[in-house]
Design a protein around this ligand. Structure first.
Ligand SMILES: NC(=O)c1ccc[n+]([C@@H]2O[C@H](COP(=O)([O-])OP(=O)(O)OC[C@H]3O[C@@H](n4cnc5c(N)ncnc54)[C@H](OP(=O)(O)O)[C@@H]3O)[C@@H](O)[C@H]2O)c1
Length: 281
């Protein structure tokens, strides 16, 4: 596995009076871990959650070595009370939130014709419902977040070059399975079609509310993580999935998140689709 060169962001944190705070769900492995590492490298303080406590604590410890503050909490996203407790901890600790990355998610290979209801429910609970709850709570906290001064293009504000706005950024880690139905789709693909719809719904709601909060959906093709092993319940099947051609690495998705976050405040990156170059579907 090769790691692409790290490109530091130019317009984050450095000239701000306080660090921006980013929340990443599902930071104990895979894409969420890579995003948390990237955001720490870019100077964000981090709130991270997942179920596996030991893993999460190890991640938190390694992130702190980059000099950022990390709040790590074990959360089962199927339980709304645990989600609300996590947001309360973030509010209590920082009193603000600038970025939410709704990354946590899973797939079970449980087809429409024969699948288990519990497996379907878990995918819907984590991939869809928890994403909605986290987004709602994040926006509430972002709307309470102290106003910050951001640069604006001169044309937006006449002679002035700065304005005070309430801002924030929501990122949904969706999937290419939310853009076309793969051969083995089951309920997983349906949950990612839901994320696609919810991302546009949120964009419209934010614009109707004259909010400066931005929403970005990122839809990867195959990424080498723990996902395939869990999906197929097979180490061998996961190896086959990830060895058929050079697949995406979690850091590729972290780069896409960093790209969206690094845009000036008048630019909202709505959709990023990225596949391994050799992935045909
Ligand atoms: N890998 C791919 O090919 C691929 C492609 C497109 C999209 N995606 C999406 O990318 C996201 C991340 O997946 P990944 O590939 O990085 O897989 P992964 O390595 O299995 O990571 C999944 C993360 O979600 C967390 N999670 C799962 N259920 C949870 C729950 N009930 N409560 C709290 N956290 C939970 C896991 O933590 P714990 O197990 O510790 O709770 C883990 O941190 C998912 O939304 C997935 O749909 C993946």
């Amino acid at each position: 596995m090769t790691t692409p060169p790290h490109i530091p962001l130019q317009n984050l944190s450095a000239d701000r009076p306080q660090r921006s705070v980013a929340m990443v769900t599902g930071a104990s492995s895979g894409i969420g871990l890579a995003i948390a590492q990237r955001l720490a490298a870019d100077g964000y303080d981090l709130a991270i959650c997942a179920r596996r406590q030991q893993r999460l604590m190890e991640v938190a410890q390694s992130l702190r070595q980059q000099g950022v503050t990390v709040l790590a909490q074990t959360v089962d996203l199927r339980d709304e009370a645990q989600i609300l407790s996590f947001f309360a901890a973030v509010k209590n600790h920082w009193g603000r939130l600038n970025v939410l990355v709704n990354n946590a998610g899973l797939g079970h290979n449980e087809p429409m014709m024969t699948g288990k209801t519990d497996a379907w429910r878990e995918m819907l609970d984590v991939n869809v419902l928890a994403l909605c709850i986290c987004t709602r709570e994040a926006i509430s906290l972002m709307n309470e977040t102290e106003t910050e001064t951001v640069g604006l293009p001169t044309s937006e504000v006449g002679a002035a070059t700065e304005a005070t706005v309430k801002a924030g950024q929501i990122v949904h880690i969706s999937s290419m399975s939310g853009h076309r139905v793969p051969a083995i789709a089951g309920i997983y693909s349906a949950t990612k079609f839901a994320v696609r719809s919810l991302s546009e719904t949120l964009r419209r709601e934010l614009r109707a509310a004259n909010s400066n909060i931005r929403i970005t959906a990122i839809s990867p093709g195959i990424v080498e993580t723990e996902f395939a092993q869990k999906y197929h319940q097979s180490v061998e099947q996961a190896k086959t999935t990830y060895s058929q051609f050079p697949v995406l690495q979690a850091s590729d998705i972290a780069n896409a998140v960093a790209y969206a976050l690094s845009q000036p405040s008048h630019v909202e990156v709505n959709d990023i689709l990225l596949r391994p170059t050799q992935q045909s579907s």
